[in-house]
Design a protein around this ligand. Structure first.
Ligand code: JEW
Length: 228
């Protein structure tokens, strides 16, 4: 899997060198490229934004630097997916992360200000599979934080990146339910005891209890997940 990121804040992604995916990068399972959008400008001030046609508050990202940056990042690629984080996109889910983990090349375009000139999406869609993706129904200041979250969610599903593949199937959202509560030693801590069933050694009873906890938790906190 190769991830490429176009951003005006390339330093933001330096943390990826030492996080979970750092190991997967050393082994070649995941490749990462980070591109500074300002490197694709030609004026003294390296301008990436301008005032919106039609008026209104704030600034919009100019199309030309995006065009040149994406020309370079997309050029070696057979069948890339280009993801633009956007509050107006489809909501990112575990299902989407699972699907994207099978891709060979994902390019992320990080907007700032009030967003990117619409023609960048339209033009890129003529050369690649473009998706506008929202991390959730709240407004961030730009796409960088959303891209970090998506890379972590997608990258850990790439075969070989997370140590034990069985630990992945048990997780929240993989089966449409929230996770069951977890406990470790000591068995009693500050007056709070581990549920005795977990100390019983009865694996069938433990599995049933955990499933019951998942359903109860999901019904209480996220009834919307049970609806579908
Ligand atoms: C998000 C990218 C780029 C994603 C999620 N666009 C826009 C916009 C912004 C502020 C006010 C109005 C529109 C900031 N912004 C982004 C926000 C992604 C950009 C600029 C984003 N929330 N916010 N899930």
């Amino acid at each position: 899997m190769r991830f490429d990121i176009v951003t005006i804040f390339p330093e933001f992604f330096e943390i990826l060198d030492i996080s979970l995916l750092g190991r997967a990068r050393q082994t070649g399972l995941i490749e990462l490229g980070v591109y500074n959008l300002r490197d694709y400008t030609h004026d003294r001030h390296r301008t990436v934004d301008d005032t919106p046609y039609g008026g209104g508050a704030g600034m919009v990202m100019k199309p030309e630097p995006w065009g040149e940056a994406l020309d370079e990042v997309l050029s070696p690629s057979a069948d890339p997916v280009v993801i633009f984080p956007s509050p107006a996109g489809e909501v990112f889910t575990q299902k989407m992360a699972r699907e994207l983990s099978a891709e060979e090349h994902i390019v992320f375009g990080c907007g700032r200000y009030e967003g990117i000139d619409q023609r960048v999406f339209d033009h890129t869609a003529e050369r690649a599979r473009v998706r506008l993706v929202s991390l959730g129904d709240y407004v961030l200041n730009g796409g960088e934080v959303a891209v970090m979250a998506m890379i972590e969610a997608i990258g850990r599903l790439v075969p070989g990146v997370v140590g034990n593949p069985e630990s992945l199937v048990d997780e929240s959202h993989e089966d449409g339910l929230l996770e069951y509560p977890s406990y470790t030693k000591p068995a009693s801590w500050r007056g709070h005891d581990v549920p005795p069933i977990l100390l019983s050694g009865n694996h069938g009873a433990v599995d049933a209890w955990r499933r019951e906890q998942q359903v109860e938790r999901t019904r209480r906190v996220r009834p919307d997940l049970l609806a579908d």
